[in-house]
Structures are given as C-alpha cells and as structure tokens.
Design a protein around this ligand. Structure first.
Ligand code: CO
Length: 170
C-alpha cells in the first residue's frame, strides 16, 4: 500500500526512531508499504519515519548500471549499527521528504554495517560508494537527521531560498 510521505519541515522528521523488538507480521507489512511508497515516488531509499513510523527500519534499493531497481537487490534493514567506516565520497543527494532539492554531501565511502533482517536474524554487510551513501542517509533519518543538516552555511542558505520559493509555488 502506498503511504503518504512526511514532508519537511514537518517536525516528525526530527523524532528519534525506536529499536524494533517485535519481528511479526506488522513489521513485514510496514516494510512492504515502505517499498510500495518508495517505488511509487521513484526513490532509492526510505526510512520508517518518512511514512510516520518511528521505528529503526529502512529500505534501500540501488539501481544497477541499466538504471533498473531490481527487487532482488532490495535491502530491508532493521536496527542498523555502523561498525566501521572509512574513506570519503562527495555525492549528490536528494530525499523524498525534501522534494525537488539536490545537493552534494560528504560521507564515508565505505561502511561495515550490522543489522537485523525482518526475521530478526543478525547480518553484517560491507557497502561502498552509492550504497554506502544511501545507507548512511537513511540511518541519519532514524536519528532525526536530514541531509540538509550536513550542508555548509552557504549551501544551507541556498536551500532555504529555493525551498521557500518552491513551497510558495505549490
Ligand atoms: Co531521506
């Protein structure tokens, strides 16, 4: 089911999401709804909070070189914890909660991530580049952090100017 996306500057986006302790049918339904919503809006990642669920859950589905998002590449991540990070990458980001604004953000180019899958089983993965960026962006959402928080003062001003303009236009 496609859900409504919580849009900036809604204060909901600033809430800290809670650890998931129940791995039941409710969690699977939420993950399915998040997938439907993300695909409907053309996103590559989505955190629970973006559909109003304050749970430490996120999904990421990075397109391959042919630009197609294969569902077999879908990562469903519960209670993530970054174990290691290194390197640096400058990558242009966007966010379904901040429509029509894209800007470059600096993040680690490599992360080692521990999380639980939707059955509650613990997994460890290594991620680089685009996938590492997307995972860090979504993990930030679980802590109430948005990518615009990471911009320089100058770029933040540019955002506020552009966003106000778009906000008025719509
Ligand atoms: Co986002």
């Amino acid at each position: 089911m496609i859900e409504n996306i919580v849009i900036y500057p809604d204060k909901k986006l600033r809430e800290i999401s809670q650890e998931v302790v129940e791995f039941g049918s409710g969690l699977k339904e939420t993950l399915d709804n998040m997938y439907d919503t993300m695909m409907d809006k053309g996103g590559v990642g989505l955190a629970g909070i973006q559909i109003g669920k304050t749970q430490r859950i996120l999904i990421v589905n990075i397109p391959r070189e042919d630009k197609i998002q294969y569902k077999e590449d879908l990562l469903e991540v519960i209670n993530p914890e970054i174990l290691e990070s290194s390197g640096e990458i400058l990558f242009q980001e966007g966010c379904l909660s901040i429509p029509n604004f894209y800007e470059y953000v600096r993040r680690a180019s490599y992360i080692k991530l521990r999380f639980q899958n939707k059955e509650g089983k613990s997994e460890i993965i290594e991620a680089r580049d685009y996938l590492a960026v997307a995972l860090q962006h979504e993990i930030d959402h679980l802590n109430g952090i948005l990518f615009i928080d990471k911009l320089s003062i100058l770029k933040k001003k540019k955002f506020e100017k552009e966003y106000r303009k778009n906000f008025k236009a719509s």
